[in-house]
Design a binder for this molecule. Structure first.
Ligand code: 5GP
Ligand code: ZN
Length: 108
């Protein structure tokens, strides 16, 4: 999608530190981290929400989370904000992976 910031990152039209990549997904640090470790995992294909992901993309997303979070020995949190009530700001589905501090519950 032409105007999508995450499509531009996936296509390397915007430079970003790539933490994981395969044919279907890419992972990179969040530009505005809320935890000492905060990265985003996205499908390369532009889809807005989690319900549109196919099984291959979900498998790759899990692989990305597994590889990067293996460094987070004390645990981590995975967050997907979907839609208006979910607090989604970027309309290209993404999973936040947060680590490096204790995370409280419930979220705001
Ligand atoms: P959402 O509220 O949609 O779940 O979260 C969007 C996330 O994308 C935010 O944490 C925000 O900091 C991050 N973000 C927005 N624009 C950019 C960008 O251009 N590059 C990177 N790396 N992260 C971004
Ligand atoms: Zn996109």
């Amino acid at each position: 999608m032409a105007d999508c910031i995450f499509c531009k990152i996936a296509k390397k039209e915007i430079a970003s530190q790539i933490l994981f990549e395969d044919s279907r997904v890419v992972a990179f640090p969040d530009i505005n981290p809320v935890s000492p470790v905060h990265f985003l995992v996205i499908p390369k294909r532009h889809v807005e929400g989690i319900l549109e992901l196919n099984s291959e993309e979900l498998t790759s997303i899990q692989a990305a989370i597994k590889i990067i979070s293996s460094l987070c020995r004390d645990g981590f949190r995975v967050v997907n904000n979907f839609g208006k009530d979910g607090g989604q700001e970027v309309p290209h589905v993404h999973f936040h992976v947060l680590a490096g501090r204790k995370h409280s519950w419930p979220p705001g």
